[in-house]
Design a protein around this ligand. Structure first.
Ligand SMILES: *Cc1c(COP(=O)(O)O)cnc(C)c1O
Length: 388
């Protein structure tokens, strides 16, 4: 019996304690958590620095309102703008809200309303962000969407160029499509998008909600490429488990969000800011990020080598600690098999196994997870062949 709307398909696992990469369920069973709350707990569960910052803030003040000066917001905004192409930050509480702010500011600044996004993209579940999302299954049943979004195939710069018209305000993309299957944008595509934006004076909005906050080995994933976005959105990993989102924009956008033009009660809440400040202090430094990149390469190589000759596996891809194992068949049933073996992962569409370990994961934990993954994928491959 449950009094919850059944919006989620839930597993029969209830996590009762958690630390680092390890979580323990209601039966005392231990798991390696390669989900991290879906790219949220990037420093692992209950990271001591974030926990301490939250505990200290709990004893000072929790929430006032944006009618007041809030120094912590200034400090987190400085951290975000120092490590990105942006100059100003608007704080909110989730990814969808960050994208909502991005869509609003892009339309108001340009006076135009069309925003080009991509097939298989995911930008959120509010009306504007659902409309921005290039997946029909997310939009079905809700009636008229917010108009003037156009979805073009990802990694297809020619299709993008075709879609640009005089009413186009912006292009919005994920550098690696997360929910859509861990699909990386190619350098040539992304850099062509940038040049088209410059040429046609379109704003470039990069949705870094899943790829940001160190996930790929850079503060933001666009920094692997020659990109200079006007707007960056962040959320998920920003508070290491405390809900917080941010829309980061360039100088020229400043006056578009004038007093009274946009807002939210909880945005930049002091507890959220304390968590974000501590999280960014840990993640936004070169040696930490270099380790993320190294561990990511180590995991990717290991999986690529060991699964190279497995017919079930199409490709192992990703960047940093955002890795997808793309298969030729539906592999949803493997999720519960991995759970039995003590490994938690999620899918990104029925054919892609997605790995999002905490960025603090150890090489031993990567080895353990890789051995479970490889063993069970090879077994599934063998069984599949036996029955066909
Ligand atoms: C999760 C996600 C969102 C939505 O964030 P919420 O906090 O769930 O609203 C938007 N864009 C991307 C790329 C995401 O991964």
């Amino acid at each position: 019996m449950s009094a919850l709307f059944p919006t989620y398909n839930r597993w029969n696992i209830s996590i009762e304690s958690a630390e680092g990469t390890t979580v323990i369920d209601q039966n005392g069973k231990k798991y390696l958590d390669f989900i991290s709350g879906i790219a949220v707990c990037n420093l692992g569960h209950r990271h001591p620095a974030v926990q301490k910052a939250l505990e200290e803030q709990l004893n000072k003040v929790w929430h006032v309102s944006n009618l007041f000066q809030i120094d912590l917001q200034e400090e987190v905004a400085a951290q975000l703008t120092e490590k990105s192409s942006g100059d100003y930050v608007f704080f909110c509480n989730s990814g969808a809200e960050a994208n909502e702010a991005a869509i609003k500011i892009a339309r108001k600044y340009t006076g135009k309303s069309k925003i080009i996004t991509f097939k298989q993209s995911f930008h959120g579940r509010t009306f504007a962000t659902m409309s921005a999302t290039g997946q029909e299954k997310i939009q079905q049943g809700y009636g008229d969407l917010l108009p003037t979004f156009e979805y073009v195939p990802y990694n297809d710069a020619a299709a993008l160029e075709q879609a640009v018209d005089e009413n186009t305000a912006a292009v919005m993309l994920e550098v690696i499509q997360g929910e859509g299957g861990v699909n990386p944008g190619t350098a040539s595509f992304l850099e062509k998008v940038q040049s088209l934006c410059k040429q046609h004076k379109l704003l470039l909005i990069v949705d870094e909600i899943q790829t940001g906050i160190g996930r790929t080995g850079k503060p933001f994933a666009y920094q692997h490429f020659a990109l200079d976005p006007d707007i960056i959105t962040a959320a998920k990993g920003l508070g290491n488990g405390f809900p917080v989102g941010a829309m980061i924009g360039k100088e020229h956008l400043k006056d578009t969000f004038s007093p009274g033009s946009h807002g939210t009660t909880f945005g930049g809440n002091m507890l959220a800011m304390a968590a974000a400040k501590a999280t960014l202090s840990e993640i936004f430094n070169d040696s930490f990020l270099q380790e993320v990149e190294e561990k990511g390469n180590y995991l990717l190589k290991q999986l690529q080598e060991k699964l190279a000759s497995c017919p079930l596996v199409e490709e192992v891809r990703g960047k940093g600690l955002m890795v997808g194992i793309s298969c030729k068949e539906d592999v949803v049933s493997l999720i519960s098999t991995f759970q039995e073996k003590g490994l938690l992962i999620v899918i990104a569409g029925p054919k892609v196994l997605r790995l999002l370990p905490p960025l603090t994961v150890t090489k031993e934990e990567l080895d353990q997870a890789a051995s479970i993954l490889v063993e069970e994928i090879l077994l599934k491959n063998k069984k599949g062949l036996a029955t066909s």
